[in-house]
Design a protein around this ligand. Structure first.
Ligand code: HEM
Length: 63
């Protein structure tokens, strides 16, 4: 999934995600809005989530 122009392979993390299968809603697309709102709940993810996300980075979208 892409978040803020960066691409993450979340495959290894799906089964550990506290929001369960919600994470799958963001797969294969730009998930920026879903990530920043926890699927439109209006609640951002924590800094811990950002730390985990950083470990899943595989690339960057071209301009
Ligand atoms: C790289 C991608 C993602 C990572 C690393 C991640 C990580 C996490 C973590 C660590 C939590 C626990 C609460 C927190 O720390 O904020 C969480 C909760 C949650 N996430 Fe994600 N998440 C990702 C993507 C998504 C996406 C794309 C969605 C929605 C489509 C989503 C929806 C939720 C929901 C609904 C919770 C519910 C539990 C709560 O409210 O804390 N997450 N996620």
């Amino acid at each position: 999934m892409a978040i803020e122009g960066l691409v993450y392979d979340v495959t290894s993390y799906v089964s550990s995600h506290p929001g369960e299968e919600q994470i799958l809603l963001g797969c294969g697309k730009d998930a920026t809005s879903l990530f920043n709102t926890k699927a439109n709940q209006g609640i951002p993810h924590s800094s811990n989530a950002d730390r985990i996300k950083a470990g899943l980075l595989i690339g960057r979208l071209s301009d």
